[in-house]
Design a protein around this ligand. Structure first.
Ligand SMILES: C[S@@+](CC[C@H](N)C(=O)[O-])C[C@H]1O[C@@H](n2cnc3c(N)ncnc32)[C@H](O)[C@@H]1O
Length: 210
């Protein structure tokens, strides 16, 4: 997927990955209540508001301005904007949430206390996965808490996105996470996966070793 492909997806409402009620794995396995949280590739996920209501200062980064505006409208939040280099920051008035609109790889704010990644690592092309992981780790404090949601399925049956990330790849990219949960995700996978004959796909939650 190129950046143009993502913009087209938002312009045409082809956002099948979106979970209107947020991610169940986040709610079940996030065990922290304060500090700043980085949410790369945040889309219009209500998870941003869930994290803010829990006590975090939340910073999302999202390419599509359509997604960002939808987020604030759907959450009933007012916002102000300002320019931070090549990215536009949308800051909510009623909750501690900012979304930087632009390319994640141009986002430079650092020293985050925590990371929440659902739909980011699995969205990047495997060829730039290492670059994504290195950039993300560089934005976090060394002891940052992390929760990453991945997908596991047979990539020989169908190609992503969303891309499969094996347990071995996760260990190579993030050696300080443990696998805390997995669940069958066949009911939520893209139609092209079912059309290709995929019968088994798991959503996996990885979390910092405490
Ligand atoms: C699969 S969606 C996941 C959205 C969200 N995390 C969720 O769980 O609903 C991936 C998102 O990443 C955004 N995106 C893709 N490339 C990006 C980039 N280079 N910088 C910032 N956002 C990007 C897309 O516009 C899209 O909204």
């Amino acid at each position: 997927m190129t950046t143009e492909d993502w913009h087209d997806r938002w312009a045409n409402g082809r956002t099948g990955w979106h979970e209107p009620d947020g991610n169940a794995g986040l709610k079940r396995h996030w065990c922290w209540k304060s500090g700043s949280v980085l949410v790369p590739f945040c889309g219009k996920s209500p998870d941003l508001a869930w994290l803010a209501r829990r006590g975090h200062d939340v910073v999302g980064v999202e390419l599509s301005e359509i997604a960002v505006r939808h987020f604030f409208a759907e959450q009933g939040l007012e916002f102000v904007t300002d320019q931070e280099g090549s990215l536009t920051r949308f800051s909510a008035i009623q909750l501690p949430i900012s979304i930087y609109c632009g390319d994640y790889f141009s986002f430079k704010l650092s020293s985050f206390d925590a990371l929440y990644d659902r739909g980011a690592l699995v969205a990047v092309d495997p060829l730039i996965r290492q670059k994504y992981a290195a950039h993300t780790r560089g934005l976090l404090k060394s002891a940052a808490r992390q929760l990453i949601v991945t997908l596991e399925y047979d990539q020989a049956v169908v190609q992503g996105p969303p891309f499969a990330v094996t347990a071995d790849e996760m260990s190579a990219l993030w050696n300080d996470l443990e696998r805390v949960a997995e669940q069958d995700d066949i009911d939520n996978c893209p139609p092209k996966f079912l059309d290709a004959g995929l019968t088994d796909i798991k959503e996996v939650v990885w979390r910092s070793v405490r």
